[in-house]
Design a binder for this molecule. Structure first.
Ligand code: LLP
Length: 428
């Protein structure tokens, strides 16, 4: 019996040998199970509801195919994400376009392809959508993103619903914007959207925002006779770290939110809007593992032991950017006593490129070992860079003992393919 770490029937050490490291490995089954939980616990239980996977968390053609097959929608935030989704033949009507500064060209792309909704983030955007839609002879369904002035308890960099956020239309401007929007002929105002932030682990944060938004809906109905048909409460549903904290079921967030929406609508005498959610991390975060090969090991007396791996902040910026904490195992030495504490360092030329501090590992950890870092399925690959001219790792999906390469590893040539020398330096 091998002592190697296994994911969905695949030996991760063998995968590291087969594809090289660093390597992103995803459990397809876990992604599908998360989608099904959303269907069973949210979509099937609430008429007219929608769930859009926030593709910024992790987007590849294969991922789009899974989301399509599972019947969810897709949230995209740029022309690039939209392009990829359309390349994967994702149905445009199931796509919602976000962005706090959408380019006109992106709006044109969205209108032309017939995306289901555009979520407007600032007042001027409405005129652009209206004009573009008029040229194309269409009426575009939109939502207005509202800043509900709710501060989520999460890292400052990933709070988005507080007063002063760069996202959304300030609350007090909404009545003017609604009035203007409903007078336009090429946009159709379906309702409102808020997104409070990411890695939120308390459902009460959503309730605070629901209270604000339903009051707004009531005021708009009274003041302008405008009835909200749709309410999109965004994403941000947190995941556990695999140790002390566990990932909560989606219903932990959605049940109380739905109850509160229903109760408030009843109180205000409002018709119940159809409700949408936009989970990203909750779907892919735990499904991904990053594999690295251990290289340099430095024991610094009186300080710490650095175990360096062949990746780092270029394939996972989250520890450096948000102080994110990860759990890891030496994949080829499972089940042994962990009698050594090490600091896992990346290979980028930055002292801040530390992936994990104080990680217990087997005392005989050595160069060539395979380190598996858990819960890296969201915002690792999608935020990867080529810093230090490091090629981006490959992405492999595993499912019931089979592995499939869904993104090839970049080559050194890929890194220079778009570059040109300067004319004066060319020797002819
Ligand atoms: N909807 C909107 C409008 C969003 O802006 C986001 C994330 C989501 C949904 C999905 O949020 P999730 O369910 O994945 O938390 N790079 C950061 C996260 C930034 C999230 C940006 N917006 C990180 O690595 O933690």
């Amino acid at each position: 019996m091998s002592n190697n770490l296994n994911l969905d029937g695949c030996d991760l050490v063998k995968l590291a040998l087969k594809y090289g490291t660093p390597l992103y490995v995803f459990s397809q089954g876990m992604i599908e199970r998360r989608c099904r939980e959303i269907k069973e616990q949210f979509l099937n239980r609430h008429e007219g509801s929608h769930a859009y996977y926030a593709s910024k968390a992790f987007l590849t053609l294969a991922m789009c195919q899974i989301i399509e097959k599972e019947g969810l929608g897709l949230d995209v935030v740029s022309g690039g994400e939209l392009h990829l989704a359309l390349k994967a033949s994702f149905p445009a009507e199931r796509i919602v376009l976000h962005g706090n500064n959408k380019l006109r060209q992106e709006i044109e792309m969205a209108v032309e392809s017939g995306v289901g909704r555009i979520v407007v983030d600032w007042e001027g955007e409405i005129d652009i959508i209206d004009e573009v839609s008029k040229i194309k002879g269409q009426k575009t369904p939109i939502l207005l993103r509202v800043t509900p002035e709710v501060k989520a308890m999460t890292h400052k960099y990933i709070q988005t619903g507080h007063r002063g956020s760069k996202f959304g239309i300030p609350l007090e401007r909404i009545p003017y914007v609604v009035k203007k929007t409903i007078s336009l002929s090429n946009v159709e105002l379906k309702g409102f959207h808020f997104h409070l932030g990411s890695q939120i682990d308390d459902y009460r944060t959503y309730l605070e925002a629901v209270d604000v938004i339903t009051k707004l809906m009531s005021d708009l109905r009274e003041g302008l006779g405008y009835t909200t048909e749709e309410l999109d409460i965004g994403g941000g549903f947190g995941i556990g770290n695999g140790e002390g904290s566990l990932t909560k079921p989606i219903s932990y967030f959605t049940d109380p939110a739905m109850e509160r929406i229903k109760a408030r609508c009843l109180t205000f005498g409002l018709p119940l809007p159809s409700v949408a959610i936009e989970p990203g991390r909750w779907i892919t975060g735990e499904a991904g593992i990053t594999l690295y090969t251990v290289g340099a090991i430095k024991e610094i007396p009186g300080s710490c032991t650095y175990v360096s791996v062949d990746g780092g902040m270029a394939d996972n910026i989250r520890p450096a950017l948000y102080g994110a904490r990860y759990r890891a195992e030496v994949a080829n030495k499972m089940g042994r006593d962990k009698d050594k504490i090490v600091t896992v360092a990346g290979r980028c030329c930055e002292s801040g490129d530390i992936l994990i501090e104080d990680l217990p590992v087997p005392g005989d950890i050595e160069p060539g070992d395979i380190l598996a870092v858990f819960n890296t399925g969201a915002y690792s690959y999608s935020m990867a860079s080529n810093y230090n001219m490091l090629p981006k790792p490959a992405v492999v999906f595993v499912d019931k003992g089979e592995d499939i390469l869904v993104v090839e590893r970049e080559t050194y040539d890929d890194l220079v393919v778009k570059q040109r020398g300067i004319r004066s330096a060319l020797r002819v």
